[in-house]
Design a protein around this ligand. Structure first.
Ligand code: PAF
Length: 286
């Protein structure tokens, strides 16, 4: 397995792969890899086939964190990540530095951002106003540096996946986008690098996101339910947890993110909640 930190080396390698007709599949990550990432890597390996290459990028992207968010304490463990990638059959890890990705600092000399004008304003974007412009910008940069034909993202960040698919379509990136299913703990908690912030007591309460999804699924099994009513039921469920606070819960069309007034089977639901200081998200088709 090759580890590349230098963006010029990455770009030259990508050019060679392109000229040799080698199929490149990219899994963009922020590291701290867990079983959810491993499922993305497995999917990428299937897509790459025997002759293709799987590139995993590991980069905690500063521009997608707000000033009061957890950028500084976001877990980083490159050594463990590299060991996992090696074991998972990754061909190349691309782990650039901040200085290389945003020369002169992300706020000073770097001046060009990719922004999904409308989709980035709602749900996660409402709570984290500059988050998605950081995500779309860094993913556009990664696509230009690695030049994948396929990229694999996780369904846990559903809004991110929809926005990135829209970016690829709107800006004509020649990349096939694959969204791979959420991996969950046995009790339903979606795997996330942020789960490690939870104390044992909070860890138990964190299943309320999964239980809220299950509650909504049950409620719409026999017909439509008003979104406002379901929102208040989910709010109540979250409220019953002493350390939890609902940030938002939304019901919408899974492809377009357009909100619905009446929730049916097949409607998509997404929610974010704080458990202690840890902000968790989850989503699913009802
Ligand atoms: O989903 C993530 O881990 C990040 O948002 C991504 C796509 C790697 C961009 O930094």
């Amino acid at each position: 397995m090759r580890v590349i930190a230098d963006i010029h080396k990455m770009q030259s390698q990508a050019g060679r792969w392109l000229r040799q007709g080698i199929r490149v599949v990219l899994v963009p990550t922020m590291g701290c890899l867990h079983a959810g990432h491993l499922s993305l890597i497995q999917r990428a390996r299937r897509e790459a086939g025997r002759k293709g290459v799987v590139v995993v990028s590991i980069y905690v992207n500063p521009t997608q964190f707000g000033p009061k968010e957890d950028f500084d304490r976001y877990p980083r463990d490159l050594k463990a990540d590299l060991a996992l990638c090696r074991k998972a059959g990754v061909s190349t890890v691309f782990a650039p530095t901040d200085q290389a990705m945003y020369p002169g600092g992300s706020k000073e000399r770097f001046d060009t951002y990719v922004v999904a004008a409308h989709l980035s304003q709602i749900m996660e974007g409402h709570s984290r106003p500059t988050h998605f412009q950081g995500v779309t910008t860094v993913v556009a940069k990664l696509f230009n540096l690695v030049r994948p034909v396929v990229a694999v993202f996780g369904a846990k960040d559903w809004q991110q996946a929809v926005i990135l698919k829209r970016m690829v379509a709107d800006l004509n990136f020649p990349v096939q986008m694959i969204i791979s299913p959420i991996v969950r703990e046995p009790d339903g908690l979606a795997l996330s690098s942020r789960n490690r912030y939870l104390s044992p007591g909070q860890r138990g309460q964190a299943t309320v996101l999964w239980r809220s999804l299950q509650h909504a699924r049950k409620r719409v099994r026999h017909g439509g339910v008003g979104a406002a009513r379901l929102r208040s039921e989910v709010g109540q469920l979250v409220h019953e947890q002493p350390d939890a606070r609902l940030d938002y819960v939304e019901f919408f069309d899974g492809e377009t993110l357009v909100p619905v007034k009446t929730v049916h089977r097949g409607t998509h639901m997404a929610l974010a909640a704080f458990v202690g200081r840890t902000r968790l998200i989850d989503n699913g088709r009802l």
